[in-house]
Design a protein around this ligand. Structure first.
Ligand code: DX5
Ligand code: ZN
Length: 217
């Protein structure tokens, strides 16, 4: 089992000072940061684009875990790769050539992730498991931070963890949405190893204590 990685979601940071929010993450010794990109179409909200990612890249050594919530992600892969993404995750739900888009992400030198919404079954991505470095299970309907964790997704996490064992694959299994120390522990028990946390991380009264709990999972 992979050791746990916490990827704070900058969506819950200070949008007037995103670089300062990224610096908080880096100064705590964390390696990853999660960047949520929304198009107002695949999800009913907007966030920020490649220009912001590129600006953050200038002052950060963090691993940029970029989550594209876009209806046509294939049109933006190059822009996000050039902006300095380390990993680019795309959703399975919209209709486009998923395999070709994953291949393009790799060609551009980034790691590849595939994402499932809460209503999407694990079987929908089975054919792509050998072509990704990360599978992201949404534990809320994407679009907004601060929503409640959906416990009905735990079974899907366990199913994908089991498939990973059966197929002898090494992708990371990430969860995103409503993750805190309690719900994250349940995800860990189900087989998750990578934890996106927006609200619970940026609002934690003692971030070091928060981190050491996760490090012990
Ligand atoms: C939801 C985003 C999440 C979000 C998580 O659409 O994909 O990454 O920032 O936020 P919290 O941890 O507040 O649920
Ligand atoms: Zn996300």
């Amino acid at each position: 089992m992979h050791s746990p990685i916490l990827a704070p979601s900058i969506l819950a940071g200070d949008h007037a000072h995103l670089a300062a929010s990224a610096a908080i993450v880096e100064q705590l010794g964390l390696r990853w940061i999660h960047l949520d990109i929304m198009d107002g179409h695949f999800v009913p909200n907007l966030s920020f684009g490649p220009q912001t990612v590129a600006a953050l890249r200038k002052n950060s050594q963090l691993f940029f875990d970029v989550h594209l919530m876009l209806s046509e992600p294939h049109r933006y892969i190059e822009a996000f790769a050039k902006a300095g993404s380390n990993l680019i995750s795309i959703h399975i739900e919209p209709a486009y050539d998923h395999a070709a888009t994953l291949a393009r992400i790799k060609e551009l030198g980034c790691q590849r992730g595939i994402v499932l919404n809460p209503g999407t079954p694990a079987a929908a991505i089975d054919h792509l498991l050998g072509q990704v470095e990360l599978v992201l299970v949404m534990t809320v309907q994407p679009g907004f931070g601060g929503q409640s964790f959906r416990r009905d997704q735990l079974e899907k996490i366990a199913t994908i963890a089991r498939r990973r064992r059966e197929l002898g694959l090494g992708f990371r299994l990430e969860v995103d949405g409503g993750v805190d120390l309690a719900t994250g522990a349940e995800c860990r028990a189900a087989g998750a190893d990578t934890f996106v946390a927006g609200t619970s991380f940026f609002n934690a009264p003692d971030r070091r204590a928060y981190l050491s709990t996760i490090a012990g999972w």
